[in-house]
Design a protein around this ligand. Structure first.
Ligand SMILES: [Zn+2]
Length: 335
């Protein structure tokens, strides 16, 4: 599946098909009270996001004017997520589907194609970004590294595609959506400034971020951290023993104080690293559980994109010997 060529609108599928369907769908399916509240408005019934990071952007921009749900929940790995028959029905019933793309949703490619073929817009946020700003994906030459939300400046720019698609769904809300989008982008800029500041305090020897899988390359590139991961870009491959040995040697040589687990990936291999370093007399701590491909629990601060990144930035800075406030950028972590 390659959606990178073609016009700038390539990441939004079947717009005209959608408009016709939205009209028919709204007339047929909207309950009378909804029509009474908004005379003449063609309100969509609801949109569906694949992963929580995407769902958060959609919710922030739509500000409650469109029902936005997320398919893949807390702590679930999107690389391995295989939609059930019920999930596919939800995807096909939504007025639009918002996904990350670049094979993050590795086992959903066929389903997303089916949704697009049915005439619904399928917005692939990461694929809306110019390829020159993306990093390579050694596993799939036709795709880029999908983990773009890890750099809030990239995610802010990817959110523009979501804003455009939502505006096409509810043209009357253009101004409100533009305001919400601007607020979201401002929060991304604030996160970026915070990350520059606190990650900049990590001592030189400890500027090595070791995680379970390779989700942090945009983060490392933006904030000057060297990266090592036990698994590759996707979580599908098994970690190999020689790679773990090499990583242990590096941790001991550099006297890196901590390595990190991820909420959506089993932590066996990370624990093997800690034990391996311990056997060589180097105490390496488990620096915490980072949110890589999934956010925290819905309804908590960590269950928002802002809270997810704040948690990661703050946790990494503190565990690697830098200075960051315990409760993070907004004083809300862990509350
Ligand atoms: Zn990943």
């Amino acid at each position: 599946m390659n959606r990178d060529e073609g016009s700038t609108d390539q990441h939004v599928k079947n717009r005209s098909g959608f408009a016709r369907r939205a009209l028919l769908g709204a007339l047929a399916a909207l309950p009378a009270p909804a029509l009474a509240q908004a005379p003449g408005a063609r309100l969509p019934r609801g949109v569906l996001a694949t992963v929580a990071m995407v769902g958060d952007v959609v919710r922030e921009i739509s500000g409650g004017r469109i029902r936005a749900e997320t398919l893949i929940g807390e702590g679930v790995d999107p690389h391995l997520f295989r939609p059930t028959r019920a999930d596919i029905a939800r995807l096909l019933a939504a007025d639009a589907v918002f996904a990350n793309g670049h094979r993050l949703e590795g086992r959903m490619g066929d389903v997303l194609e089916r949704v697009a073929a049915s005439g619904k817009p399928v917005v692939l946020m990461a694929e809306s970004l110019p390829r020159a700003r993306l990093r390579a994906n050694p596993d799939y030459p036709d795709a880029a590294d999908p983990h773009v939300w890890m750099d809030p400046t990239l995610w802010a720019d990817a959110s523009v595609a979501a804003g455009e698609a939502l505006t096409r769904l509810v043209p009357d809300a253009r101004e409100a959506f533009a305001d919400n989008l601007a607020r979201f982008r401002a929060r991304c800029a604030r996160l970026d400034a915070y990350a520059q500041e606190v990650l900049g305090t990590i001592p030189a020897n400890a500027r090595l971020l070791v995680t379970a899988h390779d989700a942090f390359s945009y983060f490392g590139a933006r904030y000057g951290l060297e990266l090592e991961s036990i698994q590759g870009l996707s979580t599908e491959a098994e970690a190999n023993l020689a790679a773990i040995e090499a990583l242990v040697r590096k941790l001991v040589e550099r006297r890196v104080p901590a390595v990190f687990a991820e909420t959506s990936v089993p932590d066996r291999a990370v624990r093997a690293l800690i034990e391996g370093a311990g056997a060589r007399g180097q105490r390496v701590a488990l620096g915490g559980n980072l949110f890589s491909d999934a956010m925290g629990r819905a309804g908590t601060y960590e269950g928002t994109y802002e809270g997810m990144l704040d948690h990661n930035i703050t946790t990494i800075a503190r565990a690697l010997g830098g200075r960051a406030p315990e409760r993070g950028l907004n004083g809300r972590l862990g509350r």
